[in-house]
Design a protein around this ligand. Sequence first.
Ligand code: NAD
Ligand code: TYD
Length: 339
Amino acid sequence: MTILVTGGAGFIGSNFVYYQLKQHPEDRVVCLDKLTYAGNLATLEDAMKQKNFRFVKGDIADRARVFELFREEKFDIVVNFAAESHVDRSIEDPGIFLTTNILGTQVLMDACRAFGIGRYHQVSTDEVYGDLPLDRPDLFFTEETPIHTSSPYSASKASADLLVLAYHRTFKLPVTITRCSNNYGPYHFPEKLIPLIISRALNDETLPVYGKGENVRDWLYVEDHCSAIDLVIRKGRVGEIYNIGGHNERTNLQVVKTVLKELNKPESLITYVTDRPGHDQRYAIDPTKIHNELGWLPATKFDDGIRRTVEWYLANRPWWENILKGDYQHYYERMYAKR
Ligand code: NAD
Ligand code: TYD
């Protein structure tokens, strides 16, 4: 089989590339990535040494380029990770989120239709469900929870999901969608909470916590997300949505303190800053469907996952230090100067 992985130079996409190459060495993996600020080719260095991997630089919203690639390769499955993914950036400048996340999805699905691809898989997010109140720990997102988005990022992801379902119903495109909770692990870009905290704490810099740090996220180790997508693309039912999560809810403050303990750094580094506008209170996934239908369960407990993640960032300092030296630094100043 040949699998197209879009956005494979980013955080989850790269972990998925390595997961595929390890679990299914008989398959070929082609990665299409625009290499935006979030894409890092260094991440794929080891993959590029393997004969059954090919990297292609390109934009999923570039119709001519995408169709050219589909003509060159005979894809069996397309897995779309490519996206603008950071909520704070979507609040600063929503435009590119609509172009990549919605129009890019449309282009990929048009190519799948034109070339008769066996499966189009959309990597979506639990953020399409909006948020849950902090005082109702009994509530969880199921696949039936209505879409109710808060940020331009989640609105763009939800729009793409609706388009994917429309292409299934109208054109019979064989699609699946997964909606996962917050991921963490190796190759996570240091603008997101956990790698930001690790990299800044290691440099003894202040740690910006939005509001009171009471917002809750449901954390999943990235490899568990990869194993779930792998199951869905091979055994999931066409036309279905599967939620992915491991019941690992933590407040942001709990997460930051866990990381600090692991690094042996003081809590005095924590600085409370102005809250994110429209900040979602709580995300919590009910993963019953994927467990019952496909037997998926997460393998990594939060404390173990955090330990492994911290160890990875300690062992791979050049990876994130190179990022911090680049565009990211200007981004950080722009984002936090007024907070
Ligand atoms: P990321 O920002 O780390 O990586 C995104 C990748 O997509 C980068 O390599 C970037 O260069 C590439 N890309 C961006 N625009 C592109 C375009 N127009 N054409 C081709 N490539 C493009 O993101 P991530 O955290 O790895 O997220 C991957 C996917 O998973 C996204 O669709 C996101 O919505 C979804 N998701 C993320 C999380 C999470 O916790 N990070 C949770 C659930 C779902
Ligand atoms: P983030 O990693 O941006 O993921 P998302 O917003 O998609 O869930 O943020 C995770 C949580 O951490 C979210 O509630 C916002 C919060 N946060 C901070 O408190 N400080 C920060 O500097 C960042 C980036 C996030």
